[in-house]
Design a protein around this ligand. Structure first.
Ligand code: NAD
Ligand code: MG
Length: 386
């Protein structure tokens, strides 16, 4: 039986890993839609190779080029934000949500409302609108499967029928490229150094989030929404080898963990085949070659972004959405060499401390909070500008 799939953010790191698995199992999948923001060449190449029913480019200026390039292929060329959201709602059995940032929010919501299975990589939508997302999933009978490696690991270890038997959920973090650097040494790091992750190959934004440890903070909030646990039952441990992807501790002292090579195709394959399993070309885990696994406590003094995210999680309301929006603005400024690395967390901290609107009760309210936080963050970023 073939499964119909849509990939939102098809040209990105997670999108391409997903398509790599689909290409190896071509007869099992039928592609409904592929979307991208502005990588027109990447999208055209993927659309010609995979022949989805629809290919959508977000950037309106590329419409004519997309249409021309796909003429005669039978692929419907669409353009604009609304068309991406419509593609998310086009009724695929399985949707990969791999857009980066708050831009993923509306498409993820539309996919959940359509009631299929949503494989969620876009952690920002759970951080900003977690309650709304999980409520929409339940109300529409949608299945939400975590793609983020840590959450996919927890999902594989978590006895969902007995949440009361779980004492702790421990998310592992590689520690990023600056794990051993002092604050002084982090002062002048460049975007190129910060995106060079030691274990994982990922898009630019999440790579910077991994370097500041904001990524792990966003993941704590993500875990809080995905699993029925209290915030104080969530912990982070630094594990530089990225072999153990996360752990679940039970009340009897048993601890279950999921291990594997640091290759996103493993968690993606888990969600693509779920509840079955599928083969992947990923390296098999060779524990003898790895030899030993190390663990450390996260250092909140050197990596304050993690502490800010913990505070936002406990505060709840609009704080996680503000944290996320301010971080997106600060990371974009850092990537454009307009903000120093250490000031990413300074900007987020200042924006968080400025104001506290009430919690959002709709996606439009989340987007309003997001817009306001971005404006404040842009102003604060200006103060810190290099
Ligand atoms: P990426 O930058 O490589 O790709 C992002 C994709 O989203 C691209 O296809 C791009 O065209 C699309 N996109 C970007 N902005 C958009 C917009 N405004 N509107 C519509 N589409 C837009 O990112 P990635 O590394 O693949 O990460 C995607 C998501 O998955 C992120 O939320 C990230 O945190 C999460 N994630 C990634 C990894 C990883 O290994 N890369 C691991 C875990 C979670
Ligand atoms: Mg992760």
């Amino acid at each position: 039986m073939t499964r119909s799939v849509t990939i939102l953010g098809a040209t990105g790191s997670v999108g391409r890993s997903t398509l790599d698995l689909i290409e190896r199992n071509r007869d099992r999948f039928e592609i409904v839609a592929l979307t991208a923001r502005k990588d027109i060449d990447g999208l055209v190449e993927l659309a010609r190779r995979f022949r989805p029913r629809t290919a959508v480019i977000g950037d309106e200026t590329h419409h004519a080029r997309l249409r021309e390039a796909l003429e005669g292929t039978g692929v419907d060329a669409r353009v604009g934000e609304q068309a991406i959201a419509d593609a998310a709602a086009a009724g695929a059995d399985w949707t990969m949500a791999a857009i980066v940032g708050t831009a993923g929010l509306k498409p993820v919501m539309r996919a959940l409302e359509a009631g299929g299975t949503v494989a969620l990589a876009n952690k920002e939508s759970l951080v900003s609108a977690g309650d709304l997302m999980t409520t929409a999933a339940a109300a529409n009978g949608a299945t939400l499967l975590p793609v983020d490696s840590e959450h996919n690991a927890v999902f594989q270890c978590f006895d969902a029928a007995r949440p009361g038997s779980i004492r702790r959920v421990i998310l592992t973090a590689s520690g990023g490229p600056f794990r051993c650097r002092s604050r002084e040494e982090m002062r002048a790091v460049t975007p190129a150094e910060a995106v060079a992750h030691p274990n994982w190959s990922m898009g630019a934004k999440i790579s910077i989030d991994s370097a500041t440890l904001m990524n792990k903070g966003l993941e704590l909030i993500e875990a809080y929404h995905l699993f029925p646990v209290e915030a104080d039952a969530l912990e982070v441990v630094i594990h530089p080898q990225s072999v153990i992807h996360s752990l679940v501790e039970y009340v009897d002292g048993s601890v279950l963990a999921q291990l594997g090579a640091p290759d996103m195709r493993i968690p993606i394959a888990h969600t693509l085949a779920w509840p079955e399993r599928m083969e992947t070309p990923c390296a098999r885990l060779d524990l003898v070659r790895i030899g030993k696994l190390d663990f450390e406590e996260p250092d909140l003094d050197r990596f304050p972004a993690l502490g800010l995210a913990m505070q936002a999680l406990v505060a709840g309301g609009a704080k996680p959405a503000i944290l996320n929006a301010a971080n997106e603005i600060a990371v974009a400024s850092f990537l454009e060499s307009r903000l120093a690395f250490l000031d990413i967390a300074s900007v987020v901290g200042e924006v968080l401390s400025r104001y506290a609107p009430g919690g959002p009760s709709s996606i439009d309210e989340v987007l309003e909070i997001d817009r306001e936080a971005r404006d404040v963050a842009a102003e604060v970023t200006g103060k810190f500008r290099i």
